[in-house]
Design a protein around this ligand. Structure first.
Ligand SMILES: O=C[C@H](O)[C@H](O)[C@H](O)COP(=O)(O)O
Length: 232
C-alpha cells in the first residue's frame, strides 16, 4: 500500500467513525493521523449541520487539532463517563486486542478508553495482524526508567528509550514521563504481558489494550469504503 492509498484508507476510517457520532455526545478524542481525519469530518458536521458534541482530548496535539476544527473541549473531570471514544492503533488482532502509543499518548488514551461506553478504533489495513508483534510502548516515570528497563528486559524485551526526532534527548510525554519501546517479538499472550508490565513500579502504563475488546469496534478504512469489525 503506497502513501496515497494509506492516506485514503485513513480518511475513510476516520470519516466513517465521525458519521457514527450523534448529537449531544461527549466523546474521547485519541491522538494520531487517523483520528485527525475523524476530527476533520466532525468539524464539518459541526459547521454544516450544527452537530453539538463535546470532545475530551488525549494530548495537547489532539486538543490543538480539535480546536482548529471547532470541536468544543472538556475534560474527564467534567465528564468521567464518555459516550464514546474515537482512537487509532498501531496494531489490532482478530480478537480486537491492540497495541497503541506510537504517538506517546497511550496513558491518557487508556484512561479515555476506560471511561468510554464504546470505543471506535480507526485504522488502515496495514494495522490488522494475526498476532501482535510491534514494539510495545511503555510510559515510564523518569526516576525509575533504569529499574523499569531491567524488569522489562526480564520479561523478554530489549527496551529502547524513545528519542526525539527533531531534537536530541528523550521524548517527554504530555505527562512529563519517558517512553521505553519494548520489542517482545510475537506476543502470544497479550493479557498476561499487560498484567506483568502493570505490576512493575514506575511503569505507568503500556500500549497493550486487551481489556476493552467487548466495547471496541474496529473501523478498517480501505481505499474505497470501510470494513467494520466487532465482537458484539
Ligand atoms: O499514541 C498514539 C496513539 O496510540 C495512536 O492512536 C496510534 O499510534 C496510531 O496513530 P496513527 O493513526 O497516526 O497511525
Amino acid at each position: 500500500m503506497d502513501k496515497a492509498q494509506q492516506a485514503a484508507s485513513k480518511r475513510n476510517a476516520g470519516y466513517h467513525a465521525a458519521e457514527m457520532i450523534k448529537d449531544g455526545m461527549v466523546i474521547g478524542l485519541g491522538t494520531g493521523s487517523t483520528v485527525f481525519f475523524a476530527m476533520e469530518r466532525l468539524g464539518e458536521r459541526i459547521a454544516e449541520d450544527g452537530l453539538s458534541i463535546t470532545g475530551v482530548p488525549t494530548s495537547y496535539q489532539a486538543a490543538i487539532r480539535a480546536r482548529r476544527y471547532g470541536i468544543p473541549l472538556s475534560s474527564l473531570d467534567e465528564h468521567p463517563k464518555l459516550d464514546t471514544a474515537i482512537d487509532g492503533a498501531d496494531q489490532a488482532d482478530p480478537d480486537l486486542r491492540l497495541i497503541k502509543g506510537r504517538g506517546a499518548a497511550l496513558l491518557r488514551e487508556k484512561c479515555v478508553c476506560d471511561a468510554a461506553r464504546e470505543v471506535l478504533i480507526v485504522v488502515d489495513p496495514t494495522k490488522m495482524v494475526e498476532t501482535l508483534n510491534a514494539p510495545v510502548p511503555v510510559e515510564v516515570l523518569p526516576f525509575a526508567s533504569a529499574p523499569v528497563s531491567r524488569r522489562l528486559a526480564a520479561l523478554g524485551a530489549s527496551p529502547v528509550l524513545r528519542e526525539g526526532v527533531k531534537k536530541d534527548g528523550p521524548v517527554v510525554t504530555d505527562n512529563g514521563n519517558f517512553i521505553l519501546d519494548c520489542d517482545f517479538g510475537a506476543i502470544m499472550d497479550p493479557e498476561s504481558l499487560e498484567t506483568a508490565i502493570a505490576a512493575i513500579p514506575g511503569a505507568l502504563e503500556c500500549g497493550l489494550f486487551t481489556a476493552y475488546r467487548e466495547k471496541i469496534t474496529v473501523i478498517v478504512g480501505e481505499e474505497k469504503g470501510c470494513r467494520v469489525v466487532s465482537l458484539h
